[in-house]
Each structure stands twice: as C-alpha cells, then as structure tokens.
Design a protein around this ligand. Structure first.
Ligand SMILES: Cc1cc2nc3c(=O)[nH]c(=O)nc-3n(C[C@H](O)[C@H](O)[C@H](O)COP(=O)(O)OP(=O)(O)OC[C@H]3O[C@@H](n4cnc5c(N)ncnc54)[C@H](O)[C@@H]3O)c2cc1C
Length: 504
C-alpha cells in the first residue's frame, strides 16, 4: 500500500490564500510593514489570460505613494484616456479620464500577470514575504469558533498552515469563505463571457472599445499584436452556441465586426474560446475570528465597468492600513515566524533541503547556496537578534518577533493573535460602502441595459444617457471618476519597516 505523505506544518502570522490582485497587494504591504506573511497560490505562475487587464488611476496613485510608479510604467502598457463604446453604429465616449484627480489621468491596460509579477518581485525584497505556488487551499482549520489555519495540497504533499490570521483572497469561487461557513448574498447575473484572442492588423481601430447591437455585445481590448475579445452571452447560452457549431460562432463574430473577416479562422477549436462565468455576490459578514475575506472572495464583481481589480486592490490597502498596526500590538506565544518553519523544512538532517527549494518556498532562498541558506536563518540567531516587538518603530510590525515553538503540536497550545475581531470588522466597515455602490451600479447596468440588449432582435434605440454623453462632454467625467477612482479611494498608511529601521 502506498504510504501517505507526511503533513508538513508551517506557522506564520498571516496566511493569504490567493495570489490575485487582492492577495498580492496585501502581502506586499504587510511584508513591507514587517509582518510575516505566506501567500498560497494554486497555479504554477501568474500567466493566465482573460483575467482583466485594467490598472486604474487610483491604483497608479497608490504605486506613486509607494515610490514604484516610474518603474511600473516602464512595463509595456497602453494608456486609455477615454473609454469608447458603439451602439447601433453610433460611436461615443463613455468616460473621459483626463480630469480625474491624481497624477495618472488614464487607465493603464497591462496584462494582469505583468502587474502580479511586478508586485511579487517587489515583495520578495522583504524577508517577511513568502510565496508558495502550486499550493491549493482545500480547507480551513477551526478551533472553537476561531479559524486557526488552512490545509493545502501541494505538489510535494499536504501542508497545514497555522496562522494568527487567514486572509481569503481566493476569488469569486472562494474555498476559504465556503469552508468557513460565511453567508453569501447573491445578486444574480444574466450574463457570461466568452474570451478569445484574434490578431490585430494595420488599419484596425486604434483602441479598446465595446460594441453593442441587437442581441450582441463585444468588447475588444487592444493588446498590441492581438485583440483580446470578450463576447457577452446570456447566462447558460454557451451550450446552445456550441451545439450550433464553431463555423456558426465564427460567422457571428464576423457579421458583428466585419473588419475581422478572415481572422475568425484563428479560432480553430472550442479550446480557443474560454467561458468565464459572471457572478455578483457579497458576504454578509466578511470575517470571523481569525479570518478575513477581501476582494472577490468577499464580493464577486462582474466585469461591467472593469472595476473589480481596482476594488480588490483598494480592499488590500484598507486591510493593510488596519491590520499592520494590529499585528504590531504584540508577539504571539502560539506561533513562530514562517522563516523558522522553513528552517526546519530545509534541515540537512532530514534531507529536505532540495524539497524546500523545489516547493518554491521563499523564492529568495532558492538562489542561495545551501550553506549560506542555513547559517543566517538559524533559530538561535533569529531569536537572539530579535526583541519582543514592543520596541519596534511606530507604524511597523515586529520583524519575526514571536518566540520559537515546535510546530508539530500547535493545537495543544493557546493560539493568540493581536488582531481582534474589531480590527476585522473595521476593514468591512471601511470597504462595504464602496462595494455596495459599485455592485448596485453593476446590477442596474446588467438588468436595465445588458439584458435588454441581449434579448433584442432588432437594432437598439440610442438610449437617452448616450445622447446626453454625446451632447454634454462634461458628463463624461462622472463615469470616468466612478470607474477610475471609485467611491472611497484608499491611500497607503503603512510604513516600510526596513526603511524605518535603517533611519533609526
Ligand atoms: C470575465 C471577467 C472579466 C473581468 N474583467 C475585468 C477587467 O477588465 N477589469 C477589472 O477591474 N475587473 C475585471 N473582472 C473582475 C476581476 O477579475 C475581479 O474582480 C478581480 O480579479 C478580483 O481580484 P481578487 O484578487 O479578489 O481575485 P482573483 O483575481 O480571482 O484572484 C484569486 C486568486 O486566488 C487563486 N486561488 C483560487 N482558489 C485558490 C485556492 N483554493 N488556493 C490557492 N489559491 C487559490 C487564483 O488562482 C487567483 O490567482 C472581470 C471578471 C470576470 C469574471
């Protein structure tokens, strides 16, 4: 009989499930503030397509506050100063970003993997940041009414992570929120989206735009050499579209956008067309002791308006502003820093060093020679050089301040956390209003506009709002503000603990 793989145990102050925009930005900010954080991401890389490519002016402003903007804007991107759409042949400007507050008066269109890789590269500069790819959370660990950790499967076997705080940032199909039993309010969505790539040619329209006509909506995002196309369909309609066959689907695209004629053949099989189900929902309570959900895990967003990434990032900033000082309140007798658990994992005595490297645990370690890896991270060195956290500079969390404990019997130990339920409630209070407002707008648009368009069998009449936007250009600033900045823009309130320690 095959032996069951031993469960590897890791303790960390904060375990973030999900390396999307919400998870990576929060991990970066907490590590920067000196909090040990471990991100679990189920995929092997960030190279997934069709995940939304919009970096909003409010996010660009955050980059500026972090001193990263200049470097960030060196990554190839397109700058969208206006949002255009076309209804029944009438092309018009929906939003004019050139007047939004802040330094960048445009939406940066950039593949999401570039954004996530950028955040990851910067987070790796902080020793408190740990990322494990191909680590899929499967359950939460509950003790009493408290979430005390996460179970995950990895390529190298099961892992149990004990944490003072678990963050569910695992998107709209969140396992964390489901396993934690958090109650979800669903608002329904009458649409799904088919994503596909079609090449771009000279003479094509220069910019991203959306087309709306009888029964059909097609958004085409300009990605340099190709268009990333989002074909909006009625919920559940993909089955009947497939039944009609690929040639019929290709013909539908071309009839809608004749300039694509010839290129529809690039859609060779149904595998070239990805179905993304659209959901709008929100947790009634975003937290319970030991757990907080943010981003789509707390409130799944529709692609309407392209606001979900921005909202997820804003949640992360608000959470960091509230949680970093909460972590800073004190060390936690029930936990040890993750780096020490890693040290156990790489102990040459059990020959686990190559395994730890292969697992991608602390990518920074992977490049180091074995001897150099073990010496600087010896537990005694860690303990001797570190205080109890109370002497840390204001605005920074203690760096590896928690006392060392064995990791294999943590449930017999009291689990302490300086992060209280009130802190978690404060994050929900801060972010619920902007989320509700944005979801209300998305639900109104999907029910009043998109459903009507998709069920129309003749040309759509130009709606009054479009006529107003055409005649009163000033009005275009309102949608631009709502999309580009949002209802309660956040600002970075945490400090870089490394910089502060250097100053001291
Ligand atoms: C079709 C479609 C198009 C969209 N287009 C846009 C757009 O253009 N602009 C925009 O702003 N928003 C868009 N959105 C919304 C946007 O994608 C989300 O609101 C945003 O990505 C939320 O970020 P997040 O970090 O909360 O979650 P996600 O981006 O979903 O990230 C979650 C991460 O968690 C990982 N994960 C999931 N489960 C586990 C697990 N069990 N263990 C470990 N890791 C796990 C996932 O692999 C993923 O990396 C779109 C949404 C849809 C459905």
């Amino acid at each position: 009989m095959p032996e069951e793989a031993a469960v590897q145990k890791i303790n960390v102050r904060c375990c973030i499930v999900g390396g999307g925009p919400a998870g990576m930005v929060l991990a970066y900010l907490l590590a920067r503030a000196g909090v040990d954080v471990l991100v679990l991401e189920k995929h092997a890389d960030f190279l997934r397509d069709f995940r939304g490519d919009t970096i909003h002016p409010s996010t660009l402003e955050l980059m500026r506050e972090l001193g990263l903007l200049e470097e960030f804007l060196k990554i190839p991107h397109d700058e969208l100063g206006e949002l255009a759409a076309e209804i029944s042949g009438l092309r018009f400007i929906v939003g004019d970003f050139t007047h939004v507050p802040g330094h960048c008066k445009f939406i940066a269109l950039m593949p999401q993997w570039d954004f996530l890789n950028f955040m990851c590269d910067h987070a790796k500069r902080y020793p408190e940041f740990n990322l494990r790819m191909q680590a899929e959370a499967t359950d939460v660990i509950i003790e009493g009414d408290r979430i005390i950790g996460v179970r995950a499967k990895t390529k190298l076997g099961p892992v149990e992570i004990r944490a003072e705080l678990v963050i569910g940032a695992d998107g709209r199909h969140s396992v964390v929120r489901q396993k934690a039993g958090l109650e979800v309010e669903t608002f329904g969505s009458p649409i799904d989206v088919l994503w596909m790539r079609i090449s771009r040619k000279p003479g094509d329209p220069p910019q991203t735009f959306g087309h709306i006509d009888s029964g059909r909506i097609l958004v085409m995002i300009q990605r340099g050499e190709y268009w990333q196309c989002a074909f909006v369909i009625r919920k559940g309609a993909f089955t009947s579209i497939r039944e009609k066959g690929l040639p019929a689907f290709r013909e539908d695209i071309v009839r809608f956008q004749p300039f694509l004629r010839g290129r529809e053949q690039e859609l060779k099989a149904w595998d070239d067309i990805k179905l993304l189900t659209v959901v709008i929902d929100r947790l009634k309570k975003w937290y319970r002791p030991g757990l907080l959900c943010i981003g789509d895990s707390a409130h799944a967003m529709s692609p309407i308006g392209g606001v979900g990434i921005n909202l997820a990032i804003q949640d992360a900033v608000a959470a960091a502003n509230i949680l970093a000082p909460a972590f800073q309140r004190g060390a936690t007798p029930g936990t040890i820093p993750v780096i020490e658990a890693i040290n156990e994992a790489i102990s040459p005595a059990d020959g686990a060093l190559p395994a730890a490297i292969a697992m991608g645990l602390t990518p920074a370690l992977a490049d180091a020679p074995a001897a150099a890896m073990i010496a600087p991270f010896s537990p005694s060195l860690l303990r001797s050089g570190l205080g109890d956290g109370s002497a840390r500079p204001a605005g920074t969390a203690s760096r590896a301040a928690a006392p060392a404990r064995a990791t294999d019997t943590p449930s017999q130990e009291p689990t302490y956390s300086s992060v209280t339920e009130d802190d978690l409630a404060a994050v929900q209070r801060r972010r619920e209003f902007p989320t509700r407002m944005m979801q209300r707008i998305q639900v109104a648009i999907q029910n009043r506009v998109i459903s009507r368009v998709l069920s129309a069998d003749k040309q759509i009449e130009i709606p009054l709002i479009v006529k107003l936007l055409c005649n009163f250009p000033l009005l275009r600033r309102i949608p631009a503000y709502i999309v580009g900045i949002g209802f309660r823009p956040e600002h970075v309130g945490t400090q870089d603990a490394t910089a502060q320690q250097a100053d001291d």
